[in-house]
Design a protein around this ligand. Structure first.
Ligand SMILES: NC(=O)c1cc2c(N)ncc(C(N)=O)c2s1
Length: 312
């Protein structure tokens, strides 16, 4: 029986990764659901084999009485904003004045909720909201239910990875249809729906919201043995994390502006909402040289899309 339980835990972990991180399932949902049901029943019968890295934790655990506060290892900063081409060129000027020739990493700015995930010896041990940037809330149990967040990684690394939890557009539409039918207040947008879902004290409610995540930075890049943002993202891919594939390396601000213009008109085709583009100096040493202002990095900027005209 123990063998079957371990076999199912391994199988379902792999199937979960294929479906929720690679977006490329190798078995039909019905088979996944049947295997998960078998594992839930076996773990109920043999609770000594149920661990907090078992795929069954995705359904949500006990209801919490509250969220404890957690201090971040380093501040989760906000980004300076750019609203037009002039702002972008001014950013580029400042960077080149201080750092000379640079390569930029451009990434989509996901319209969700910033989260910080801690892995100790390869196990997901803690997840927190950004909070005020210095102190956040411990929402580990809710984050365990996000299938795109690996419960274990195949390395004994200890590090912190940050990203954005979000609700896909399709899930947002379905959720609001259900809430309207049940006479409940609908969510204004996917960001509020994701934030509302992760603020639930009952992880089973969070588990029912079909949230996902894109990870985009690590607090100790040396742990990943990389010297660039692009290298850090590729390493996160190797470790089994979900990153955003639309990222592009650029060698000039003109290319950055083209990329910004492309997504200004094409973002409606994405399965998730974005509210801008994040432009970062790719080389990590150069990032350190450029440093930070009181509240934001000097080596990055967030281009914000103009607010969309609401079609009434
Ligand atoms: N406030 C921040 O530092 C960031 C916020 C976000 C966001 N909402 N989406 C993507 C990224 C990214 N790819 O770097 C960042 S970085």
């Amino acid at each position: 029986m123990k063998e079957r339980i371990h076999e199912l835990q391994q199988l379902l972990t792999r199937y979960n990764y294929e479906y929720h991180v690679q977006d490329n399932p190798s078995i039909p949902d019905t088979e996944y659901d049947a295997l998960l049901r078998e594992l839930v029943e076996l773990e109920a019968e043999y609770p000594e084999y149920k661990t907090d890295t078992s795929p069954t934790v995705r359904v949500g655990g006990e209801i919490l009485s509250g969220f404890e506060k957690v201090a971040h290892s380093s501040p989760m900063l906000s980004l300076g904003n750019a609203f037009n081409e002039e702002d972008l060129r001014a950013f580029d000027q400042r960077v080149r004045q201080n750092a000379g020739d640079v390569t930029y990493m451009c990434e989509l700015k996901i319209d969700g909720l910033a989260v910080s995930l801690t892995y100790e010896n390869g196990l997901f041990t803690r997840g927190a909201t950004r909070g005020d940037g210095t102190v956040g809330e411990n929402i580990t149990e809710n984050l365990r239910t996000i299938h795109a967040i690996p419960l274990t990684i195949d390395s004994d690394l200890t590090f912190e990875v940050r990203g954005e939890a979000y609700m896909p557009k399709r899930s947002f539409i379905n959720l609001n249809e259900t809430r309207a039918k049940e006479g409940q207040q609908e969510f204004q947008n996917p960001r509020n729906a994701a934030a509302g879902s992760l603020r639930q004290l009952d992880p089973k409610l969070a588990a029912a919201r079909n949230l996902s995540v894109f990870l985009y930075s690590v607090t100790s890049p040396e742990a990943l043995d990389t010297d660039s943002q692009s290298g850090a993202l590729d390493k996160l891919d190797e470790l089994g994390f979900k990153t955003n594939r639309e990222r592009r390396l650029m060698t000039s601000i003109d290319e950055v502006i083209e990329y910004v213009e492309y997504w200004t008109t094409h973002r409606s085709e994405l399965a998730y909402e974005i509210d801008g583009i994040v432009i970062k100096v790719n080389d990590l040493l150069t990032q350190e040289e450029l440093g930070y202002t009181v509240k934001s990095p000097r080596w990055a900027i967030a281009y914000k899309f103009p607010a969309e005209e609401v079609v009434t």
